[in-house]
Design a protein around this ligand. Sequence first.
Ligand code: NAP
Length: 243
Amino acid sequence: MKNVLITGASRGIGAACAKKFAEKGFRVLANYHASPERAKALCASLQNLGQEAIAFGADVSDSCQVRQMFESIENRFGGVDILINNAGIAQQKLFTDITEQDWDRMFGVNIKGMYLCCRQALPYMIHKKSGSIVNLSSMWGITGASCEVHYSASKAAVIGFTRALAKEVGPSGIRVNCVAPGAVDTDMNATLTEEDLALLREETPLGAIGKPEEIAESVFFLATDLSRFTTGQILSPNGGLVI
Ligand code: NAP
């Protein structure tokens, strides 16, 4: 059974990915940070369906916590075959209001977290000469969003990270790809008003806001052998808002 570690699996897109992989027979290692109850409830519900899912707490921006999480995974299950770097935070602020602390937190979770998890996951993958990594960016990492400069910059960095790492570890049999969603109906967009959502739908050629399950399909495709000749690519399920 292949082990898939999904960071930020307690809610939203990460939880939808956990359900998708568990349903397809993978052992899901579901990382959480501030929502242990939600992660544990999700794993319990998957276990009740006869699927494999275990919750692991760690703040992905903290190297000690990430190392401990991987040690615990390696002791129990060998290693991580597929890594989904999904954990992320967002914030809307005028550029002039972004504090240094806001900036560091944004990059700490969205980029350093990805670096730390890849650093821990890769030795096992390199040893096995196989593995797959999918990183979550955003359409704003492609086009840039007003009042989200730090978020957009961190998500653009995810794209550069993906392309560079894909070149480096491809010869070791490891693929690295990226999913850059458009607006998706999760807690991350809970501050958007009905009016904002209606405007987004109107501007989107497919006339809809994405569902977490729809993003999980793209993640699953890039993470598994369905895309075994694909690496270094950015797939952007965004309803046509960014083409
Ligand atoms: P969400 O509903 O806000 O969930 C965020 C997840 O990240 C939660 O499970 C949270 O876990 C986890 N997380 C946050 N900080 C963490 C940390 N320091 N360590 C470990 N986990 C942490 O967000 P989402 O919409 O599902 O977004 C998932 C990913 O997709 C993010 O990378 C986001 O940038 C990207 N994305 C989202 C959208 C969208 O419209 N929703 C669009 C484009 C890209 P806890 O609650 O346990 O802390």
